[in-house]
Design a protein around this ligand. Structure first.
Ligand code: NAP
Length: 339
């Protein structure tokens, strides 16, 4: 089997670190691993595949110099804007975790369980985009339901973990909780989030757009329709909550026709990388603590609306650093090498 030179831009970040773990767990066919970050972390070492690898500084030339064939990017949109095309020009396929290229019509936006066929369009720019973390887990659940019953409308509220904002998000929540236990919470600074996140929740993720939705909410709306090749009416409310890891979503789905919740449950039980966790009598339902560190999307609380049989409600949870970023990126790469 052919082995690949794999570069990871953003190697010292929350997503980058998880990528190394998943590549190793999946026994990804790697010839050479090249961790890349900014000058801040260059020279530091990461451990993967039983070896230490020195982080290199990102430059436009590094992709050609190291003969990188697969380049995972997770260092923010500005870095992808500046460097992804250098990587593609040097012959690499770029799998980009940032939002920069997601809505570019020449860049496929892929969740391998949903639209693997779109990967073939990678040649247009040499780039495949990984969707937003909240979008990925939602479309994994919507896709089988849409194929069988045709969705008309989706209303979603999210409960998003602080690690969605990277390592600095986690550090800020931990620091503020330490201040709380030291009776100093009032002095806690907020840098990663617009308000204190400890013992609070914030109904704003990313900046506000002129239409009063946030950019995160618009990502969920636009990306979902791009991935599903649909024109579904969607409304999203994205909320940051004081938990470290795994995003939760309360989703209300309106179908063209009546849908039975037990049938829908059976359908989801057969869907790839979905775990139906729905036994209310045993107090079993999806929660961040069961999704964290796993590669599945958990769905439960599946029930019909009490007033309209065309409506289903459900709750889904996934580890957004894995399912919502690193695992999805590795799954894309695994499909890409089959082309
Ligand atoms: P993070 O923990 O803050 O890590 C950022 C990484 O980017 C670090 O390795 C950092 O390297 C590197 N970096 C920053 N500026 C750079 C530059 N100018 N040149 C080279 N490297 C640079 O962030 P993250 O959570 O891993 O997120 C990374 C990207 O993935 C973001 O675009 C984010 O939106 C996306 N994403 C994140 C999640 C999530 O749940 N966290 C989910 C989906 C998508 P240094 O150590 O050198 O600063």
């Amino acid at each position: 089997m052919k082995k690949y030179n794999v570069g990871v831009v953003g190697a010292s970040g929350a997503v980058g670190e998880e990528l190394f773990k998943i590549l190793e767990e999946q026994n990804f066919p790697i010839a050479k691993l090249i961790p890349i970050a900014s000058a801040r972390s260059a020279g530091e070492e990461i451990e993967a595949f039983g070896q230490k690898h020195v982080i290199q500084e990102l430059t436009p030339e590094i992709f050609a110099k190291e003969n990188i064939e697969i380049a995972f990017f997770s260092a923010g949109g500005e870095v992808s804007a500046e460097f992804a095309l250098h990587a593609a020009k040097a012959g690499a396929v770029v799998i980009d975790n940032t939002s920069y290229f997601r809505m570019d019509k020449d860049v496929p936006l892929v969740v391998p369980e949903v639209n693997p066929q779109d990967i073939a369009l990678w040649k247009k720019k040499g780039i495949i985009a990984n969707p937003n973390c909240s979008t990925i887990q939602m479309v994994q659940v919507l896709s089988p339901l849409h194929q069988k019953y045709t969705i008309k409308r989706v209303d979603v509220s999210t409960y998003q973990a602080v690690s969605g904002a990277g390592k600095k998000g986690m550090e800020e929540l931990i620091m503020q909780m330490q201040k709380f236990f030291a009776f100093e919470l009032e002095e806690a600074e907020s840098k990663a989030f617009p308000h204190r996140i400890a013992l609070n929740l914030i109904p704003q993720i990313d900046k506000f757009m002129p239409n009063d939705y946030t950019k995160e909410e618009m990502k969920m709306i636009d990306e979902t329709n791009k991935i599903l090749h649909s024109n579904i009416a969607i409304s999203a409310t994205c909320v940051r909550v004081p938990i470290l890891r795994s995003h939760s979503e309360s989703i209300t789905i309106t179908f063209e026709n009546e849908v039975d919740s037990n049938e829908a449950k059976k359908l989801l039980e057969g869907a790839k990388n979905i775990v139906v966790c729905d036994e209310p009598e045993k107090l079993l339902y999806p929660m961040p603590m069961i999704a964290t560190d796993t590669d599945e999307t958990y769905v439960g609380r599946i029930r019909n609306d009490l007033f309209d049989k065309k409506i289903l409600h459900l709750f889904c949870v996934a580890d957004q650093i894995r399912v919502g970023a690193a695992t999805n990126a590795v799954r894309i790469a695994q499909e890409w090498i089959k082309l």
